[in-house]
Design a protein. Sequence first.
Length: 125
Amino acid sequence: MEACCVFFACTSFVLGLFLMFEFHYFLRSLCCVLGARICKKRVHILDETTISGLCLTTDIDYLLDHMNNARFIRELDFAKMDFNFRTGLYHLVKSHGGQLFLGGTTIRYRRFIKLFSRYYVTTKV
């Protein structure tokens, strides 16, 4: 009975996180950073880095057939995280007391990312 209560409490806590915050965003950020630091090899700052993704039901627009515009920019943010950690740029800037931030974004949408389709984001300086 006690194990059931602990399971219910943990499940309720995680469900609460998903309802109150966009918890999957923070979970994906953590996975992106850990993947860049542990699983992927370091690259030179002039090399390309690529991340891949899959357009899920949580990413689609109100028309229910393609990725939401805000999700495009979020995916670019994940690609930027991957690039910063794999090149060592993040640690270099932090070691000198700096911060990495995005000053502005201009985007031109050229094609749709359909539901359940795989996509790739390549980052290069």
